[in-house]
Design a protein around this ligand. Structure first.
Ligand code: FES
Length: 134
């Protein structure tokens, strides 16, 4: 096993190998063991001061939206469409009551609820057909 941290108190030496900043395996381990288990800073409330203000953020490898919703609550939403995983918001910041996925136009209120789904009736028929096969 390679040595990535050398802490030598006698020599008053603390060295970290450069690979900790570039190694994908170490990054994946950090995300799993650190960033998925603790509170993370996403921003200050003044960044989204008004109803509908939002900022896109990437924290711990996750695409997120930092939002002040219409009820003035601060929220953090996954910027990922539950349909097929596309980004729901592609602008870095702005103000909006609704986020609409560009892929198939599912839309979500800025508190994260599903607001609209084009062709919803057709979707239910497909889901019902699949349910019958099971
Ligand atoms: S992937 Fe978002 S609506 Fe289909």
């Amino acid at each position: 096993m390679r040595e990535i941290v050398r802490d030598n108190i006698d020599k008053n030496e603390f060295l970290v190998h450069r690979s900790v900043f570039t190694d994908k395996e170490i990054l994946a381990h950090e995300r799993k063991e650190i960033f998925s288990k603790c509170w993370l800073f996403i921003g200050h409330e003044t960044e989204v001061a008004n109803k509908g203000d939002y900022k896109r953020k990437k924290v711990g490898g996750r695409n997120l939206l930092f939002v002040r919703s219409q009820d003035e609550e601060l929220r953090v939403l996954y910027n990922t469409c539950p349909h097929r995983g596309a980004l729901v918001c592609r602008e870095d910041e702005g103000n909006s009551r609704v986020f609409r996925c560009f892929y198939h136009a599912w839309s979500f209120t800025n508190d994260g609820k599903l607001a609209g789904m084009p062709g919803k009736d057709g979707f239910q028929m497909i889901l019902m057909m699949r349910a019958r096969k099971i």
